[in-house]
Design a protein around this ligand. Sequence first.
Ligand SMILES: [Cu+2]
Length: 270
Amino acid sequence: MSDLAPRPVEASSEQVGGASPRTWTLALPEDASAHGHRIDALLGWSHRFEAGLALVAFGWMAVAVWRFRKAPRATVAHGGTRRSRAWVLGLALGAFLVVDGTLLVGSEGYLRDVLWNLDVPARDPRTARIEINAHQWSWEARYAGADGRFGTADDVVTWNDLRVPVGVPVWVQLVSTDVVHGFSLPHFRVKLDAIPGRVNQTWFQAAREGEWEVACYQHCGTSHYRMRGVLRALSPDAHAAWLREAGRQAERVYDADDSAANWGWEWKAP
Ligand SMILES: [Cu+2]
């Protein structure tokens, strides 16, 4: 769980990890990010603990059934003995400390090292910044354009279509216009609440090119199920070319009086 190193960028011919129909499976969605393996490791530990505890509980039950199979009809004794109470308390406390303690420390480490460690995108000059505005029921995204500043004429705005470069940090600032939405990239193990009135931040890094699902993880209204988008991870060159061209087009149609279109904010410092 302490593997901090991001995964190297690898070429892949796989396409549309999230949008393609999948056969029924218990497996997690494919991990397309540089750090998602740490979340997967946490889930793996969680499953191991659950399996271990289930084994102990069912084993104990089986032994009891077998050992007392010929015993006379049981009488109910309320309260138990001092010794049995100590056993139960000790076991519960031990399981809690080992299981919850491990998962708590692991989760805290992941948040501290990755998702809440905004120094990483802040320090990297290649970082791609995206402002996202959640609506009932769509994702509106804003890119700063060539001047690197938000709230100017060359801002690029897309709907349900996130485009990010591969292998560099992608820094997201997220708001909501109406209700609480759950911005989620299942293939990147990212989830962040979009809350009206506050700017939430996270970052992630795509490990390879491809198309992945953007989902809403909060039941946010009647058409919540349709609140989906596509995240396209492009090579840095392809991404830069797209952003340049989209910025040029945005500048051509820019309308300073269209207040609904100019919802961007000054990028919030970490
Ligand atoms: Cu939603």
